[in-house]
Design a protein around this ligand. Structure first.
Ligand SMILES: Cc1cc2nc3c(=O)[nH]c(=O)nc-3n(C[C@H](O)[C@H](O)[C@H](O)COP(=O)(O)OP(=O)(O)OC[C@H]3O[C@@H](n4cnc5c(N)ncnc54)[C@H](O)[C@@H]3O)c2cc1C
Length: 459
């Protein structure tokens, strides 16, 4: 590749202010939250689909890889340009393009921050539920590419449940429009849903049309803990069968409870028990009060150690702050974290947690678990000391066993963070060659020259 020629073509297309090629500037686009580093050759900032199409055509002509980038908050190395080439940043495409209140759809550019979209809709009495913990900085484009989820998925589903239409630029530089605002649409293959979760390997999104809901007027939180794991799980499974199921059902195991206890001092959260759930009910005030009473009645039948409903906003935010404190509190266990976001059928959660406990004992590495009980999505954190190479090796073996057991139980290697480069090695444990080839052939149809985010998922 003749870098000067390509750079001149980009500058000719976008102007010099929207093309970066200096090493110091490129560095900021060389990693994501998985902290895998690789430098791009260029970073470009398009404003619309036509510019993206022209960028892709330049890259195709010179056979240069293209990696889309939202906020770079991904946990799987998805936005890291591991083969160099061009990073397409969507930072300057962050507008709301259309609010369709009659049909309850909003069309946005991909670089809009999830939290900004939430606030925009909230001010109008509406609600966009997908709520990754990174919502204050991650982009909707990144959310669609990873199919991001969050605590509210238990009631409201994940990103894929809200994406109805996409404007996409393929690896040929063609602009395609998928889906429609019709609630029922079975015309042809569902390319919209194929593109959701495709991690920037099939196309670059330039417009995204999302469904939104009316905002629940009120919500409240319950904390409940149990000494007996079986009791706790049966109680939680009972709540999930209700018509008015919780809008959040988060869990923490014994080690994450202790980590938070030491890190986040609060008399309110003098948490006892081996297993803890944070449960939310939402709706009108009457609905919330009646749900909370119903949940309490059910939970009380399973001998909880602690059962407590928040009485005001301060208590609600204290409970949520304790939940948010889990990640930083893990540092007390080690300075290197191997983070897995496995998911299993919910009736297999006890089995996988028991297996993880045995794996932790076998390899002598602390493993701390918490996550989204209602989705069977567990954040399994293997905590290690960077300087102890034997421990790091044991941690890698422990990770392999956790993933193998997850698959044996009918689960999956990523519930929300995607495969990227971090979990690529496990694709062969989950899928046979025939299945992987089917995916490769789909990729070839969208991107015949393999220039879109090469080296990811199965490449
Ligand atoms: C503190 C923290 C908490 C987190 N919590 C959660 C959580 O609760 N739930 C969860 O699901 N994730 C979570 N994440 C992971 C991450 O925030 C999500 O994966 C998020 O969706 C990534 O968005 P982004 O804008 O940062 O995308 P990036 O990291 O920039 O990119 C992610 C992928 O999307 C592709 N991409 C980006 N924009 C486009 C586009 N316009 N077209 C095509 N492809 C594109 C990239 O190429 C890459 O493959 C968390 C991360 C952090 C750091």
């Amino acid at each position: 590749m003749e870098k000067n020629i390509v750079c001149a073509e980009f500058k000719n297309l976008l102007g010099k202010d929207r093309v970066l090629s200096d090493k110091e500037e490129l560095l900021c686009y060389s990693y994501d939250a998985a902290i895998k580093e690789s430098m791009p050759d260029f970073v470009v900032f398009p404003l619309n689909a036509i510019e993206i199409s022209a960028i892709v055509k330049i890259c195709k002509k010179h056979n240069i890889p293209i990696t889309g980038r939202g906020a770079g908050s991904g946990f799987s190395g998805g936005s890291v340009p591991i083969k160099g080439g061009t990073v397409v940043s969507f930072a300057k495409m962050n507008n709301v393009l259309e609010l369709d209140e009659e049909n309850m759809f909003v069309t946005v550019e991909p670089g809009i921050i999830n939290g900004d979209l939430k606030n925009y809709l909230d001010e109008k009495g509406y609600f966009y539920p997908p709520d990754p913990a990174s919502f204050e900085f991650c982009t909707i484009g990144g959310n669609v590419a990873e199919c991001a989820g969050g605590p509210k998925a238990v009631k409201y589903g994940v990103t894929k449940n809200y994406v109805y239409k996409l404007e996409v630029i393929t690896g040929d530089g063609e602009i395609i429009n998928t889906g429609s605002k019709a609630i029922k649409d079975v015309a042809g293959y569902n390319l919209t849903q194929l593109l959701v979760g495709s991690e920037g390997t099939l196309g670059l999104f330039s417009k995204i049309t999302l469904k939104f809901l009316s905002k629940p007027a009120y919500s409240n939180l319950l904390i409940v803990s149990f000494d007996d794991v079986n009791n706790g799980f049966t109680a939680a499974l009972t709540l999930l069968k209700l018509n008015n199921r919780p809008s959040m059902l988060e869990f923490m195991d014994n080690s994450s409870i202790n980590a938070v206890k030491n890190y986040f001092k609060s008399s309110l959260l003098d948490i006892k028990g081996d297993f803890l759930f944070i449960i939310e009910a939402d709706g009108t005030l009457e609905e919330v009060n009646s749900s909370i009473n119903l949940y309490k009645d059910i939970l009380n039948k399973f001998s909880p150690i602690l059962l407590f409903a928040a009485g005001n906003d301060a208590e609600r935010s204290e409970i949520m702050n304790a939940r948010k404190a889990i990640s930083p509190s893990l540092r007390t266990f080690g300075d290197l974290k191997i983070n897995n976001d496995i998911a299993v059928p919910i009736n297999k959660i006890i089995e996988i947690l028991t297996a993880i406990k045995n794996i932790s004992d076998k390899y002598k590495v602390p493993i701390i678990n918490f996550g989204h009980f209602g989705d069977g999505n567990i954040h399994v954190n293997i905590m290690l000391n960077k300087s102890d190479s034997e421990m790091v090796d044991r941690g890698e073996e422990a990770k392999y066993e956790v993933i193998k057991k997850t698959i044996e139980l009918g689960g999956t290697i990523s519930g929300e963070h995607g495969i990227g480069i971090i979990k690529k090695e496990f694709m062969k444990l989950k899928f046979d060659d025939y299945y992987i080839n089917l995916m490769r052939n789909i990729k070839k149809s969208f991107d015949p020259d393999n220039i879109l985010n090469p080296g990811k998922i199965f490449d």
